[in-house]
Design a protein around this ligand. Structure first.
Ligand SMILES: NC(=O)c1ccc[n+]([C@@H]2O[C@H](COP(=O)([O-])OP(=O)(O)OC[C@H]3O[C@@H](n4cnc5c(N)ncnc54)[C@H](O)[C@@H]3O)[C@@H](O)[C@H]2O)c1
Ligand SMILES: [Zn+2]
Ligand SMILES: [Zn+2]
Length: 361
């Protein structure tokens, strides 16, 4: 029996999102039906609405969620009804080239539910990042459900489903920040602040936060930034060099994802330093760099997909750290909102008023 629920749908490029009736199928083989309890608003949802990811409208938005498994389809063994889970958008296959060589966090064949949720008239919905969780019930691949300690509240747990994990992992996994290193983070939204927190946990001695908004820089200090740079009208490379004895940072994390922020990241690092791109560029963006500088500055240029996390390894561990009082995840939540307030939350995100708005069902 299918269920009909109200979900947040983006119908066409740039149009305001709206609540629409979503038809959710029963879970098929390898699938799970999840009662969503909370889902954060991520910048990637806005990218979808703006057509910046692809043109597969209509989208069912929301992908930073936690909830309880309501039912599972045939053949599902990882989870059972009643399990408290965080939804992940990289359910690894275990068989592709990356998985076979022991690097499942790069899995090239991550999977989602085979069945699509639809609008009332049968129009299939593209679920954001294969999840679609601004809706009280969603159907996902069972591997997208990661069990964690149910002692954590869903609004906090859901944060690890996307942005906060992406930022923490960009510092901890992709950059592999070491004790005593100098780290700069460009863009201090939910993702950038999580990267700052990750750098702090890893033992970075200097953490430089860069943003165009003073309020964001103030919040960044709360996550561990030791220095801040308001980059509006400022040469970021020189400003970082001024704070680092003229050398630049060991690691620069670009949590904006624009050609100009990437170029700043590239030149604001020390020789042989690492650049990590975690912000998502749009398909039209181009980058031009002197190839001699790519060679001559050495080091590594990496992208970070979902913080190179392995949900089964990282989610339970990070929730345990939170419950032990060692990872202030709750500080990312600026407000709790109803499911009808996502469009307003996008506006607040754009105006820099929030880190994370979390929809509570
Ligand atoms: N790689 C991944 O797996 C992954 C996962 C989640 C989100 N993301 C991406 O990460 C990026 C950040 O997401 P978010 O949720 O933190 O967004 P956000 O809107 O909350 O934060 C972006 C921040 O960047 C700042 N900013 C904008 N332009 C800037 C500039 N030119 N220089 C310096 N700062 C600037 C803004 O003031 C804001 O504080 C987005 O592109 C999002 O799509 C990537
Ligand atoms: Zn794989
Ligand atoms: Zn996201």
């Amino acid at each position: 029996m299918t269920s009909e629920v109200q979900g947040v749908v983006a119908r066409s490029k740039g149009a305001a999102v709206e609540l629409a009736t979503v038809v959710v199928p029963d879970p098929g083989p390898g699938e799970a039906l999840v009662d969503v309890a909370a889902c954060g608003v991520c910048h990637t949802d806005l990218h979808y609405r703006e057509g910046g990811i692809n043109d597969d409208f209509p989208f069912l938005l929301g992908h930073e969620a936690a909830g309880t498994v309501a039912a599972v389809g045939p053949g599902v063994t990882e989870v059972t009804p009643g399990d408290f889970v965080i939804l992940n958008w990289r359910a690894v296959c275990g068989q592709c080239r990356a998985c076979a060589r022991g690097e499942p966090w790069y899995c090239f064949a991550t999977h989602n539910a085979a069945q699509k949720m639809t609008l009332e008239d049968g129009t299939p919905l593209s679920a954001a990042l294969g999840i679609g969780a601004f809706v009280p019930q969603t159907v996902v691949a069972s591997g997208q459900c990661t069990k964690v300690d149910p002692a954590v509240s869903a609004d906090v747990a859901g944060l690890l489903g996307c942005g906060v994990m992406a930022g923490l992992g960009a510092a901890l996994n992709t950059a592999a920040v070491r004790r005593g290193e100098i780290v700069a983070v460009i863009g201090c939204g939910g993702v950038g602040d999580a990267a700052i927190l990750g750098a702090r946990i890893a033992g970075a001695s200097t953490i430089i936060a860069v943003d165009i908004d003073d309020r964001k820089l103030e919040w960044a200090k709360g996550f561990g930034a030791t220095h801040t740079i308001n980059s509006r009208g400022v040469n970021v490379v020189e400003a970082v060099q001024d704070l680092t004895g003229g050398f630049g940072a060991d690691v620069v994390i670009d949590a904006v994802g624009r050609p100009e922020t990437y170029r700043d990241a590239f030149y604001a690092r020390d020789l042989a330093g690492r650049v990590v791109l975690v912000g998502v560029p749009t398909p039209d963006m181009k980058l031009e760099l002197p190839l001699i500088d790519v060679f001559g500055r050495g080091g590594s240029l990496k992208s970070s997909w979902y913080g190179d996390c392995l949900p089964s390894r990282d989610f339970p561990m990070l929730i345990d750290l939170y419950l032990a009082g060692k990872l202030p995840l709750d500080k990312f939540i600026s407000e709790r909102i109803g499911i009808g307030e996502v469009e307003a939350a996008f506006a607040k995100m754009d105006a820099g008023e929030v880190l994370r708005s979390v929809v509570v069902m």
